[in-house]
Design a protein around this ligand. Structure first.
Ligand code: PLP
Ligand code: COI
Length: 363
């Protein structure tokens, strides 16, 4: 793919924020875009100024939500260079989501190369304060203008970048998670395993209700029985039994196959913990939290990294986990994972790719 690079005009250079980044509030100077039509395939690959997108009100995406996205990160290393972390896995998942949503796939290598080039151009935006990173958000939208329900013939693919701090205001401290017993996020055969906006739209009402009760995330149960634990709104979920055994729900088709989840499974085994993927009954889980058999619980995801759970809420009862303190296993995994992501220790799994801060790039 030949990417056309457009110069930035004087007024398009923004000041790079350094403090109080929050999550996803600032965007860098540039964005990548390309278009799709059946006749031309993907074309007009461009990196140019970050700009609003102008679309007709009758565009398919506004009506039928044919949209997918990804989330991956770049990290500032101690030597000043930049690591991306397993971003090629996000390229695969982007295409898996595209297939599920009847959208055209993107060449994975070219998608990755476009992201690397975009980061190289905006490399000054990768923040360096502890706990900060550059969040990478690839998106594909259905852009045909037509109101009949059908899969669009035309698409826009873009990638934007956002320097971010911690996803939760709590930072690396316990978060409160509400277990939803009434509404469901995704059913088997639905779109739960795809990263598509509709899954998130369907979760917003319950997210707001949970927040009003003082919880920052929602834990979803399976749609058929409302009994088995699936995942949290923006993370997969893991439980630690007796301080040494990590258990997470299996990928049964209704939850997102998280890159962080997969990294945690590999890392935990490597660090000497045992790991299993098992269906977890919510009543058994809560009983095990109360008896102390479950010693820790944590969410894992790109935005959230590792988020220890301080308490669960279910119906009207609260279930504190590990006295609302960060447990040793969560801390150990957080430390090792972030040490690899930021290039503070050797990457024994080949999970990172180094981009030179001067923009040259290379393994
Ligand atoms: N589950 C959901 C619903 C998510 O939005 C995310 C975040 O991307 C995850 C799980 C974790 O996935 P990953 O580790 O690939 O970021
Ligand atoms: C991520 O972790 O990348 C997510 O997509 C979570 C959320 C910001 C949607």
């Amino acid at each position: 793919m030949d990417i056309k690079i457009l110069p930035l005009e004087e007024g398009e250079l923004k000041e790079i924020p350094n403090v109080n980044l929050g999550f996803g509030r600032h965007m860098t100077n540039r964005m990548f875009t390309q278009k799709y039509t059946p006749e031309r395939g993907w074309h007009e690959a461009t990196i140019g100024p970050y700009r609003p997108i102008c679309l007709d009100p009758a565009t398919v995406v506004f009506h039928y939500a044919q949209e997918i996205f990804e989330g991956t990160k770049a990290y500032r290393r101690p030597d000043g260079h930049i690591n991306i972390f397993r971003t090629w896995e996000n390229m695969k998942r982007f295409n898996a989501s595209a297939r599920r949503m009847a959208m055209p796939v993107v060449d994975e290598e070219e998608h990755l190369a476009a992201i690397i080039q975009l980061i190289s151009l905006d490399h000054e935006w990768v923040p360096s304060r502890p706990g900060t990173s550059l969040y990478i958000r690839p998106v594909m939208l259905a852009t045909e203008v037509a109101l009949g329900v059908h899969s669009s013939r035309e698409y826009l693919h873009f990638v934007i970048l956002s320097p971010v701090g911690a996803y939760f205001k709590e930072g690396f401290s316990p978060v409160s998670v509400y277990i939803e017993h009434n509404y469901r996020r995704a059913a088997k055969g639905g779109t739960g395993a795809a990263k598509t906006g509709g899954n998130y739209a369907a979760s917003l009402l319950v997210g707001e209700q949970a927040r009003a009760r003082g919880y920052s995330q929602v834990l979803w149960l399976d749609a058929a029985e409302g009994r088995y634990i699936e995942e949290v709104g923006a993370m997969n979920i893991c439980f630690v039994y007796d301080g040494k055994h990590v258990v997470t729900p299996p990928l049964t088709g209704s939850i997102l196959p998280g890159v962080t989840r997969d990294s945690v499974i590999t890392l935990a085994r490597d660090l000497g913990y045992t790991v299993s993927e098992e269906m977890i009954d919510v009543y058994q889980m809560l009983a095990d939290v109360e008896s102390g058999k479950i010693t820790e619980a944590f969410g894992c995801g790109t935005a959230a990294v590792i988020a220890p759970v301080g308490k669960f809420g279910y119906r009207d009862k609260e279930y504190p986990v590990n006295n609302f303190e960060v447990g040793p296993v969560s801390r150990h995994l957080y430390q090792e994972l972030t040490d690899i992501q930021y290039g503070r220790i050797k990457d024994r799994f080949n999970w990172t790719y180094l981009i030179e801060a001067n923009g040259a790039g290379g393994r």
